[in-house]
Design a protein around this ligand. Structure first.
Ligand SMILES: Cc1cc2nc3c(=O)[nH]c(=O)nc-3n(C[C@H](O)[C@H](O)[C@H](O)COP(=O)(O)O)c2cc1C
Length: 573
């Protein structure tokens, strides 16, 4: 790195840290926002590209081909048969990843819910797919934007087959790319300066829904983390100002490679997907112009533009991920009980709006949930458990748990160390309150690094720390996700800021699905008091670690006033 580049990177790092500081909620001061909701200017949650051909995706029932596997089978490698890539399977993929799952109605107002959750249900995340010409896929090659309200693909970039093939040459044969972008304005409309964080959480949740959707089809999915943001923006057409003239901007998040799980010989995948050459970019034809989402111009939040620039990834890291042949033949699919189906769990996933303050969870189920969020960073990436095989960086998030009602477990404050490195644990121990006991709870599996820090009723504490929200105290347990903040940003650079949030979102998505499968429910909590959480743990005034996201899991109370309507049908206009 040159001296100028180093200086630039240091300034960017300072700006990212300044953004994080400035957008903390304090007991006496919330991060800056308008302070009221400008309903007349509420952004449309559905982006469309007017003039781009719309290709409807077939709507499938759970029991039709491709049949949804059992939820449990997703966590058993090679137990789900790999499906060919067809319009039906691509439809299933988007259904489980980003489609609508219901409409809710109250007092004449209707809003849609989706497979992926979103802070404030504002849905800043947009999805794209880039495909080549495939024998069984009835789609022209090129780039498509996913339209969730229609469950359809908009053909944005029409390309000759050989050009699309050349773009995907580094991706395993048969494979395709998915892309995610964020429209910051959708979140900033309500949340002001803190909105950039929420967009990144939502991206993390969407990585989870995409990875799980791929797993139901026996496909692999890997975020191409070495890629530059410039490449992502170019490939997804975000730099085409002529197509976004009056429309609110989309910002690049990621590209991920998706490919069938039965490929042989095993591919090598480079994480740095490279910008297609100019000749490729000028090939084919771009179609459609982005719709305007709000009536008025977006309210400018300068600090969001600054952190967008400062966390922009302009470096490209080349790293090969080598996949070995499966150790168990893929034809020997494990027989896992039929219920519940993965599709049922995905469709029924909802955020709890309130908890009953009574329901408890068995310790075994609690331990299983925690095991599902262990990334197994000690294993080579392809051997890590789903969905942790989707993100190629070392895990950097740990959990501070407020245990309220787990049968057989002492209520109190706990710590889960998600890093395989034991020295991390001693670092944390020396940085936290001296009185913490660090004892292993009875019955805790040997491979789960869970520790009791302090026994006691933590319901009020959890509630207070989560902006006074009852959902953090009335549940079976809630938690804060603590990032190795300074260390990761120093090691990788300011662009890693977004990755930290993505990892928290992915953890959250696993909890969402695990809670549904345990017959209870959960909710993401983006509103919490940052530094008070650090004080509870004993971190120093300027902590090297930062809590980035909270979560809560328990017995839900339903809001009986709401009517539920199906995701698609004549009632959707
Ligand atoms: C990043 C994130 C932050 C959230 N923060 C809160 C929160 O602080 N309080 C709350 O009640 N719900 C919160 N939620 C839940 C959302 O309101 C919910 O996901 C959204 O309304 C969509 O509903 P669904 O999850 O049932 O699809 C959050 C969700 C996400 C993904």
């Amino acid at each position: 790195m040159t001296e100028t580049a180093r200086q630039h990177s240091k300034t960017a790092l300072d700006q990212v840290k300044q953004y994080h500081e400035q957008t903390k909620h304090e007991f006496n001061r919330y991060a800056r926002s308008l302070g009221y909701l400008d309903w007349a200017n509420q952004p449309n949650p559905f982006r469309r590209f007017d003039g781009a051909p719309l290709i409807p995706l077939p709507r499938l029932t759970l029991d039709e081909d491709p049949f949804s596997p059992a939820y449990e089978s997703l966590f058993h490698p090679h137990s789900t048969p790999s499906q060919p890539i067809t319009l039906k399977t691509l439809s299933r993929f988007f259904e489980y990843a980003l489609s609508l799952t219901a409409w809710k109605e109250y007092n004449g107002t209707r809003w849609a819910l989706r497979s992926n959750p979103s802070s404030g249900n504002l849905h800043p995340t947009e999805g794209y797919v880039f495909v080549r010409s495939l024998a069984q896929l009835a789609l022209e090659p090129g780039l498509y934007h996913y339209a969730p309200k229609e469950h359809a693909l908009e053909h944005r970039w029409v390309l000759p087959p050989q050009t699309a093939q050349s773009v995907l040459q580094g991706i395993p044969s048969e494979g395709f790319l998915v892309g995610l972008t964020s429209i910051h304005w959708r979140e900033a409309w309500k949340y002001g300066e803190r909105a950039f964080r929420y967009c990144q959480h939502d991206t993390g949740h969407a990585i989870g829904t995409l990875r799980v959707a791929a797993a139901t089809l026996g496909w692999n999915l890997l975020v191409l983390s070495g890629t530059t943001d410039e490449t992502i923006a170019t490939l997804l057409g975000l730099t085409r100002q002529q197509d976004f003239q009056q429309a609110e901007r989309e910002y690049p998040e990621l590209l991920a490679a998706v490919w069938p799980g039965n490929l042989h010989p095993p591919p090598t995948l480079n994480l740095a997907f490279q910008n297609p050459e100019d000749t490729v970019l000028s090939a084919g034809e771009w179609k459609g112009t982005a719709n305007r989402l709000s009536k008025e111009e977006p309210v400018p939040w300068e600090i969001i533009d600054k952190v967008t620039d400062a966390s922009w990834k302009s470096t490209q890291e080349n790293e090969d991920i080598v996949f070995h042949a499966p150790t168990t033949p893929t034809s020997n699919h494990e027989k896992i009980g039929p219920d519940p189906l993965a599709g049922q769990i995905i469709h029924q996933r909802r955020s709890a709006v309130a908890f009953d303050g009574r329901t408890s969870l068995s310790a075994d189920r609690f331990f299983t949930m925690l095991q599902r969020i262990m990334p197994r960073g000690d294993l080579p990436l392809p051997d890590r458990p789903m969905p942790w095989d989707a993100i190629p960086w070392d895990p950097a998030i740990h959990l501070a748990l407020f245990v309220h009602r787990i049968d057989g477990l002492t209520p109190g404050l706990y710590w889960l160390n998600r890093s395989p490195e034991r020295h991390h644990l001693s670092l944390f121990r020396s940085a936290m309150h001296e009185q913490f006991v660090w004892s292993t709870p009875e019955g805790c599996p040997a491979n789960l690094p869970l520790y009791l820090l302090e026994a006691g009723n933590a319901q009020n504490l959890a509630r207070q720390l989560s902006c006074g929200q009852d959902i953090a105290g009335d549940s079976a347990f809630s938690l804060g996700m603590v990032a190795e903040f300074d260390e990761s940003l120093g090691r990788y650079g300011p662009w890693f800021y977004k990755r930290l949030f993505w990892e928290t979102g992915l953890i959250g998505q696993v909890f969402y699905l695990e809670a549904e499968s345990a017959g209870i429910r959960s909710t993401g909590i983006g509103c919490f008091f940052d530094d008070p959480v650090h004080r509870v743990l004993g971190f120093h005034p300027q902590p090297r670690w930062q809590s980035l996201y909270h979560f809560t899991v328990g017995g839900p109370l339903d809001d009986g006033r709401l009517t539920t309507l199906p995701p698609y049908g004549p009632h959707v206009t």
